[in-house]
Structure formats: structure tokens, C-alpha cells
Design a binder for this molecule. Sequence first.
Ligand code: SF4
Length: 363
Amino acid sequence: MLKKKDITSIQRRLLRWFGDHQRSLPWRQTADPYRIWVSEVMLQQTQVKTVLSYYEKFLNRFPDLKSLARADLQHVLKTWEGLGYYARARNLHRAAGIVLEAHAGNIPAVWEDLKQLPGVGDYIAAAVLSIAFDQPYAVVDGNVKRVLARLLRIDAPVNYQPFYPIFRDAADELLNTRRPGAHNQALMELGAVICKPRRPDCLQCPLQNHCLAFQEAEVGKYPQRKKSRPIPEFHIAVGVVLRDGRLLITQRSPNGLLGGLWEFPGGKARLKELPQTTCIREIKEETTLTVSIDFHLTQVKHAYTHFKIKMDVFCCSYVKGQIKLKGPVDYRWIRIGDLDTYPIPKANHKFIPLLKQRLGSAA
Ligand code: SF4
């Protein structure tokens, strides 16, 4: 439990430091709730340096809520391509439509209304309400939890959801209710540039005098983390099926991982199954087509948050059959040059340049 005078001192030091040292970021130059919302959705699971170029590109294409709400989802996903966690883009698009219809295009400034929108959890709601509308809601993200764990020597693991209320209560207690937006941004900024996961820069930290971990020389002990399970690796095989100079791509179902994106058909290998067998079997199961393998193009590796994949890519020829989809929701036979117009997962992008080189004018 912090004393009132300590809370006031922490708030003052934090804001002074933020005023002097904050990075100049485009979403800090605007009071437009739409732009702030977009930035917070992008920042939720992605680093600032990655978000910067996407933010600009996204807002050039969808400069206001109405343009996003009326856009085709495929264009939204294409603009988001490479940023990952595509549910964020789908939810943002759906939420923009709801705001346009149900709130006359104005992003709701009420916690309960905002939380009704797809993809708006506690973090996004608190960030938008505090930064865009100056309402007293504390944000709790990974940076904030780390700072709080060290500052207050909180033993609860930061990566274990049941302990989230401990960090939320601490953040609430510390919140500067007169300037909640600046306070929240300052705390997140401190976590990002000073109180970093490894080697925090305590000698430059404005909160050093209040930091319990620093005073007890226990900074290395915080934040505590619950041991996570090792990340599994799956073996995948996919086929680039060629028919009359065109390639087959299929669209993933709109929900779930990479929902709505287009890819080459294929799937997970069974135990001890050869990759080429997986490729032929998966294409048959997903499309009912019979194909034959022409050659092995390459193997690529890709890491998602909770698993990794090792993917063998084969170039195949169509043999027989009519497409009947099971799993994917749509398909296209396209020219290779048209690939760039579809939103495609990053793992597929890893071999597309080689595919273009190898197929050349064949497709
Ligand atoms: Fe983090 Fe060090 Fe500052 Fe404490 S003194 S909040 S550990 S940077």
C-alpha cells in the first residue's frame, strides 16, 4: 500500500520525465480518437518500430472511421498484411461498422459502450478513454506490469492471467486522475525505454527513489514469470498447384488464426508421414483435387506466438477432379503476378520470391 505523498511524487516525476524525454510518435500528435484507437490496436501485440510504417500506411488508406467501415475486408487485411494477429484487423473493421451504424460514426466515450465493440478489451478501452477522452482509466499492458512489479516488488507472475487484478489494482492506485492519458503513456514509455525487460536503466529512472526493487538491489528478481510450456513445432507441407498456367490459392475461414487470408493449400503432417504424402493428402482433403508432385521448392520456418512451423513447399500439377472445399471457404485460380493483390500470411511470403523465380513465365 503506497502512501499518498509517494503516489503524488511518483505521478509528478513520471509526468516531468515524460514531458522531457518522450519519443515523438505520430499517434502522440493527434487527439483524434479514431487514430488513437488504431494505434493502440496495432501496439497491443507489436513493437513500436514495426507499427510506425503500418500506422502511416493504414491511415493513408483509411483516414477516418467511415472509410474503414465502408472498406472491403480484403483491402483491410491486405493493408494489415505482415503485422500479424489478423483478428485485430477483422475486429477493427467490424467495430468501425458498428460505430458508424449505432453511434453515428462517433467512437463511444463510455466504458460499457466501448467494451461492446469487437476486439475492445480492458486495455484498448482504458487506452482510448484515457488518451483520447482524458477519462480516469489505468492501462495495464506488459510494460506497465513490469514497471509495477519492480517498483512495488509485486511477487505475482506477470504472465499469469489470474494475477492480473493485482496489477490492475496497483495501476489504479497509482493513476493520476487529473492527467490520465499522459500518465498512462508515461508509464508505458518508461517500461519501453528505461525499465526494459533486460538491463533496466535504473540510473536514468525518474522513479529510482521510490523503487523497492532498486532499493533492495533485487531488480533482477522482478518481474516474476510463470514457467511457460515449451513451444511445439509442427511439420507442414503445402502445394503450389499449377493448372493451365494458373495457381490455386484458398482462403482460410474468417475466424481463427490468419482468418480471411489466402494461402496455398496444405496442412499438418501425420506422424512419420513423408512431406510429399502430406502435401497430396492435404490437398485432396481440402479441395478433393488429385495432384502430382513436380518438385520440392524449398523448406521455410516460421514462428507464431504459441508454436513454430517447418513448412515443405512443393510445386504440383493438377491431375483430376473438381474443387469441393472442406476447411477453406473460397478459392481462386490466379496468375502468379496477381498474388500481390491478396492478403497472404508471412510464412507464404517467405517462399513467394523463389516461386516467382522458379516458375517464371510458366504461370
Ligand atoms: Fe525499473 Fe530501475 Fe526504475 Fe525501478 S529504478 S522502476 S527497476 S528502471
